[in-house]
Design a protein around this ligand. Structure first.
Ligand SMILES: Cc1cc2nc3c(=O)[nH]c(=O)nc-3n(C[C@H](O)[C@H](O)[C@H](O)COP(=O)(O)OP(=O)(O)OC[C@H]3O[C@@H](n4cnc5c(N)ncnc54)[C@H](O)[C@@H]3O)c2cc1C
Ligand code: FES
Ligand code: FES
Length: 484
């Protein structure tokens, strides 16, 4: 067990003291005096604080962009942080910086370090990125002066500047990757009596730790995964914890297994990895997650965190409820399974104890012939839902044999719409069936009004989303203007 953190910074090994609440942004700017990283919003919305993080996964170092304002420095053990200071070699600019200049994609320069590092993460991870991938990686980088047209031109200039894809790799990457591959991971625990931080490398170690520390129980322990919710709570809402338990270094929680009948995601799988891994077998889930946050957030935020945060507008939950996904819960009481539909007991109240964690999420496959998710938010990207809804249907010969509807933003938790699902079952798959279900779904919803919308507005949106599910079904049946 260690009480310090060792990580690589632009190819150089660093050792730091554990401070449970210090972010990478604070570490770089305040302690290490690397001021290239910028602070804009401080809550994951603008991309000014983007860094690239290299970490070992499946026997290889993978790179991702991450929001430094929400990434706790204590999670960096064995990782490689690349900042804007690590790009140029003395006076020679990196090809990405050169391409940004040629594309006139920088003016005041405030967003430019973040933009450069988002592009670097993209090119390190995907050799020949498509336009869509460029858009996906850059959607979280706000620029207030240059305009996105010039930023979108960067890949054209980069193509001209690069002789081969290896030109993108920084000189120190190979050597650092070798050191990372040989890095021995062990538990980390540090406690100053006010804020403690524990980061185990296995679920067995975590269980043993909890047994040996009965003082950390209900009310004073908080699991941390990506931290995209927890760190916003710490930094913006003054929510502090006696002990943060980092689940993100537990290797078994990063497993993704797929077979014909189901997908199982470990409780540490990030939204970004999930998108790439299930795109071909469960595109509806990938599409749902692509509508959430931005790449530098999706690369750290997890599916389990989205569920356990228990937000009534969590975007993965309606879909997981609709398809009847099952959670595997682990902890001092042992392993047990809980359907997502039964996991929420009230506002932020879960059917698990504080010291139990989501070890896996199992999603059944092949039971439905139409699955669809819709969200309404104030802007299309990087915004949480006002109301969201998912449906899973089995339709045979124009009759709805199976129907499951779940919706968020219309109650204290995401709601499985039992009555609406029952109403649809056995009826004809036609527009009238869905408009006839309006009253039932409105009666099942219990919204309250807030800044995102009044209770009446939320009910009206919910009814419209139900109809949108039907319209999406109808258009999925049309191929080139003909019935499929
Ligand atoms: C800028 C921004 C944009 C966002 N956009 C969206 C959006 O569009 N849609 C949306 O739904 N959400 C959105 N979110 C919310 C957030 O990103 C997601 O809820 C995310 O999936 C949380 O995952 P995490 O790993 O970061 O959770 P963390 O912050 O690490 O944890 C969240 C909660 O879950 C618990 N937890 C985490 N993992 C486990 C586990 N394995 N077992 C038990 N408990 C666990 C933690 O204790 C904590 O209570 C956004 C957040 C930000 C900051
Ligand atoms: S400072 Fe805006 S995303 Fe981090
Ligand atoms: S160049 Fe000024 S914010 Fe992008």
């Amino acid at each position: 067990m260690k009480n310090t953190i060792s990580f690589f910074l632009n190819g150089t090994l660093k050792e730091i003291q554990v401070n449970a609440e210090t972010t990478v942004l604070e570490l770089l700017r305040n302690s290490l005096e690397l001021n290239g990283i910028k602070e804009g919003c401080g809550e994951g919305d603008c991309g000014a604080c983007t860094v690239v993080i290299g970490e070992v996964r499946d026997g290889k170092v993978h790179y991702k962009s991450a929001a430094g304002c929400l990434y706790l420095a204590a999670k960096l053990e064995g990782k490689h942080v690349i900042t804007i200071e690590g790009l140029a070699e003395k006076e020679k600019l990196h090809p990405i910086q050169e391409a940004i200049l040629k594309a006139h994609a920088t003016q005041c320069g405030f967003c430019t370090p973040g933009v450069s590092l988002s592009i670097l993460a993209l090119y390190l991870e995907r050799k020949n990125p498509t336009k869509e991938e460029f858009r996906r990686y850059l959607e979280g980088n706000l620029c207030r002066c240059t305009g996105y047209v010039s930023i979108r031109k960067v890949p054209e200039y980069l193509k001209e500047l690069m002789v081969c894809s290896e030109d993108i790799r920084l000189k120190y990457l190979s050597e650092t990757e070798e050191k990372q591959m040989n890095f021995i991971q062990e538990d980390i625990y540090a406690d100053d009596g006010i804020h403690g931080f524990y980061s185990p490398v296995s679920e067995a170690n975590l269980l043993e730790f909890l047994q040996n520390h009965p003082e950390f129980t209900e009310g004073n322990i908080r699991f941390l995964n990506g931290g995209s919710d927890v760190v916003v709570g710490i930094k913006k809402h003054g929510q502090h914890y006696r002990l943060l338990v980092d689940l993100s270094r537990i290797e078994t929680l990063h497993k993704i297994s797929v077979n014909k009948k189901s997908i199982t995601l470990g409780g540490g799988v990030s939204l970004a990895r999930m998108i790439d891994s299930v795109q071909d077998i469960f595109p509806e889930f990938s599409d749902t997650v692509l509508k959430m946050c931005s790449e530098q957030m999706r690369s750290i935020a997890t599916v389990a965190g989205n569920i356990a945060n228990a937000s009534p507008v969590a975007d993965t939950v309606p879909l997981l409820m609709a398809v009847d996904a099952i959670l595997t819960i682990n902890g001092p009481r042992g392993l047990r399974a809980i359907p997502v539909r039964e996991f929420f007991k009230g506002y932020k109240k879960l059917a698990k104890q504080e010291e139990e964690w989501i070890s896996a999420i199992t999603i059944p496959l092949g039971e439905y012939n139409f699955i669809h998710f819709e969200k309404v938010s104030k802007r299309r990207e990087v915004d949480i839902s006002s109301v969201n809804s998912a449906i899973a249907l089995k339709v045979e010969n124009g009759i709805i044999k199976t129907a499951h509807v779940a919706s968020g933003g219309v109650g204290a938790t995401t709601l499985y719409m039992r009555n609406t699902s029952g109403f649809l079952r056995g009826r004809e798959m036609k527009e009238e069936t869905f408009s006839e279900a309006y009253e039932t779904i409105a009666a099942e919803a219990t919204p309250i009004g807030d800044v995102r919308g009044s209770a009446e507005y939320r009910k009206a949106v919910l009814q419209n989303l139900l109809m949108k599910h039907y319209l999406a079904y109808e258009s999925s049946q049309e191929v080139d203007g003909h019935e499929a």
